[in-house]
Design a protein. Structure first.
Length: 490
């Protein structure tokens, strides 16, 4: 089972080899946006949009604007939420100044003032990603859906002014929600399945421990006076609002459409640069069918080609990255994948040249680890596998025949030679398949050492990729080393 899992996870790592941005190119670049797929994605229905916006429709207008904008950057939301967890000691102006130095979109920076909202978006990334897609491609429809739900909550008697929020019916179609005190913002907490009178179950969203009753509660008020008066940061609370009549989010008095990578339904962007010594390409893409974000780059010269990539899927939580190098002397490729939701991780390193190819891989899940190695030359192929629970095996195929030997976690031993299979459960060797012969019950396979078991054995660990989940196992000769530095999401 672990071998099947290893293959699946390693394929994820290798599939991202050509997908991440390279260093800044000093050659003149040309922008090229690929055409959208034939037919394009189907638009969200009115009901779909109402389901999507249900968890945030009753937020104050400026906070709704920030959430819709930030939802188009789900990878940055995950990064910002992790950053907030590591910097809980920062508050007020100190927090804003530290956030201002981060490479995030203004909408994501603005949400750092509301850590509970940021954390909710990060914990429901599948819903967040879909909400961002919906806003970018159907902004006016999303704004209409928000107003539809506000009207339902108001009709049900659950949306009204109080000491935390002020609810204003500006027109029959427009309900504005503002903080009762402009200096302090309270985030409404409610269950979308009950508060509107009509049950809404947003796909990919969990309301957590919110009360089932049809009421709105409020957490601790967030002082936004610093965001209004502090001149360091032009992305604070007061810079955001909703233009209900125009059907858009407004940021700093301008229409805000969100992540430019969406391109209004075109899910990719690439840059190509050509010079006298070669060519370079970089790009990023989004797959609405799988939810995967990816970016990558490659450089080609007369001496060879290099490529690297990263991918992230908020629906599954999987991060992957990889790189490859090709020269006249051969090729090398490495990849890693990690899923913090399941604790699964994997890494691989492959090499090929004129003399053959070789590689090694490691995969870890639930504290169990498996290592594999293989090599192929003109003389044949050999491979081995070792698991942290005690299982191990070697096999070879060449001009002299096919051979294999192994031991499972229970200590039972197996051996095979040219179709003859032997088993030892502790009471001697017995042939279980192949052509019987006089030596079948006494034949002893070659020692483990002669079959290539040499080298240090490893035990399981919480992450096969090191403490952070992305560092290579430097002490291992089994090739889990990655290419490049840490994994940075932009």
């Amino acid at each position: 089972m672990i071998r099947i899992f290893a293959g699946q996870l390693l394929s994820i790592a290798l599939s991202s080899l050509l997908l991440i941005a390279a260093p800044n190119l000093e050659l003149q670049a040309q922008q090229a946006a690929p055409a959208p797929p034939a037919g394009g994605p189907a638009p969200f229905s009115a009901n779909d949009l109402q389901q999507l916006v249900a968890p945030i429709a009753l937020y104050p207008d400026a906070l709704v604007a920030q959430v819709l904008g930030a939802a188009t950057f789900p990878d940055q939301i995950k990064a910002a939420d992790a950053w907030l967890q590591e910097n809980k000691n920062l508050t007020g102006n100190a927090l804003m100044q530290a956030v201002d130095k981060q490479p995030w979109d203004p909408s994501v920076k603005a949400l750092t003032q509301f850590p509970s909202v940021m954390d909710n978006l990060a914990k429901n990334l599948s819903w967040t990603s879909t909400l961002g897609e919906a806003y970018h491609n159907q902004a006016a429809d999303v704004m209409t859906a928000v107003q539809k739900l506000r009207a339902e909550a108001k009709a049900a008697g659950n949306l009204k002014s109080g000491s935390q929020i002020k609810v204003v019916q500006e027109s029959p179609q427009t309900i504005v929600i503002e903080p009762a005190n402009p200096q302090v913002v309270y985030v409404p907490q409610y269950n979308p399945a009950t508060v509107y009178g009509t049950p809404y179950q947003p796909p990919g969203y969990s309301a957590g421990d919110l009360a089932a009753a049809s009421i709105i509660s409020f957490g601790i008020g967030i002082a936004v006076g610093a965001a209004i008066n502090n001149s360091c940061c032009g992305w604070g609370y007061s810079y955001w609002n909703c233009n209900w009549h125009g059907g858009t989010v407004v940021y700093s008095n301008h229409v805000y459409t969100g992540n430019a990578a969406w391109h209004g339904g075109v899910y990719g962007q690439s840059v190509t640069a050509v010079g006298p010594y070669g060519a370079a390409q970089a790009g990023r893409a989004y797959n609405p069918n799988t939810g995967t974000y990816a970016r990558g780059a490659s450089v080609s010269t007369p001496y060879g080609r290099e490529a690297a990539g990263q991918a992230y899927n908020p629906n599954t939580g999987t991060y992957a990255r990889g790189a490859s190098v090709s020269t006249p002397y051969g090729t090398q490729a490495a990849g890693q994948a990690y899923n913090p939701n399941t604790g699964a991780s994997a890494a691989t390193h492959q090499v090929s040249n004129a003399y053959g190819n070789a590689g090694s891989s490691v995969v870890n899940k639930n504290g169990e680890t498996a290592y594999t190695q293989h090599a192929t030359t003109a003389a044949g192929t050999a491979g081995s596998v070792e698991t942290s629970n005690g299982g191990r095996a070697v096999a070879s195929s060449g001009v002299n025949g096919n051979y294999a030997a192994g031991q499972n976690a229970s200590g039972d031993k197996f051996a095979a030679a040219n179709g003859n299979v032997y088993q030892n459960n502790g009471s001697g060797w017995h042939q279980t398949a192949g052509t019987p012969h006089n030596q079948a019950t006494t034949a002893q396979p070659a020692s483990a050492e002669s079959r290539g078991w040499g080298g240090q054995q490893h035990t399981g660990s919480s992450s096969a990729l090191g403490g952070s989940g992305w560092q290579s196992r430097a002490e291992s000769a089994r090739g889990s080393a990655s290419r490049g530095g840490g994994f940075h999401r932009r």
